[in-house]
Design a protein. Structure first.
Length: 285
């Protein structure tokens, strides 16, 4: 299926609905671009509903939109090491170690520069205000994004005891069921569209818990629940899931939030950072 997804669409084209044909036409004309779009963005571009896209994907024998993007990426062209040939600086087995390092360096710089270019001062200020005024801030994510949530918690834990990290999605939901408007969620999701995230954020919405979402896709299912959306850079191919380059952009936003938070709470953060630094001094040789 992955190697013939475009052929499969062609074979079924005559039996597609009017909306399905609009979608198919867009995919044929924008095969590479489609791989990097959220389902919401694709629906807007094609002027069809998200439900139409889901039915379209399942009609091709796929489980859903993410499986479709993966099949599309594999059919479009990949290097012999599995990278999408359309991604920034794809790595292949023909590359020397020096070339690989140069390509990785370029991809990370691209992510950092794009994240800075996407920086929105108003949204960042709102996020910092929410963090500063909240009783507890829950740092959440799933999969690779859970690691980013842990990074955020580890960074902020040196300046404040108010940050909490929970990795299990069931425990995340349980914690938010007991939270209220005095608390907040700092949620990491590159795609902005995962079931566990939306399940938790639906509870947060009912409990009036403000949500800061860090994502690449400002038009996504998760963004519908967010009080603030901070966009990270780098177009990650479906074949690059969990790439370090995508994380670099998120780390940039974490540090901006951290220093903004410290700037808003200078005395307490300075004392906390000094205390935590002294606490681990004896751990170092």
């Amino acid at each position: 299926m992955a190697d013939s997804i475009l052929d499969s669409i062609t074979e079924q084209y005559h039996s597609l609905t009017k909306s399905g044909k609009k979608l198919a036409d867009y995919v044929f004309s924008h095969t590479t671009e489609t791989q990097y779009l959220s389902i919401t963005s694709l629906a807007e571009n094609c002027k069809v509903s998200e439900a139409t896209i889901t039915r379209f994907c399942r009609g091709l024998g796929l489980s859903g939109y993410n499986a479709f993007k993966l099949a599309l990426a594999q059919a479009d062209r990949t290097t012999d090491l599995g990278d999408s040939s359309n991604s920034a600086e794809p790595v292949s087995s023909e590359d020397s170690i020096s070339t690989i390092c140069a390509k990785v360096h370029a991809a990370n710089l691209l992510s950092l520069n794009e994240s800075y270019a996407l920086y929105d001062e108003e949204e960042m200020s709102k996020a910092i205000s929410i963090l500063s005024s909240s009783r507890r801030i829950y740092c959440f994510g799933q999969g690779g994004s859970m690691i980013m949530a842990m990074e955020a918690w580890a960074r902020f834990s040196t300046a404040s005891p108010n940050f909490v990290h929970i990795c299990d999605s069931h425990m995340q939901a349980s914690a938010i069921a007991m939270a209220d408007s005095k608390d907040a969620i700092l949620f990491f999701s590159y795609s902005g569209s995962t079931k566990d995230m939306c399940d938790t954020l639906q509870i947060a919405s009912k409990r009036h818990v403000p949500v800061i979402l860090i994502t690449h896709f400002p038009k996504s299912a998760g963004a519908e629940f967010a009080s603030v959306v901070l966009q990270c850079g780098y177009n990650e191919s479906p074949l690059q899931s969990g790439s370090v380059a995508a994380k670099v952009g998120q780390l940039f936003l974490i540090d901006c939030l951290f220093y903004g938070y410290c700037n808003k709470n200078p005395d307490t953060c300075s004392a906390a950072r000094s205390a935590t630094a002294h606490a681990i001094t004896n751990k170092l040789l």
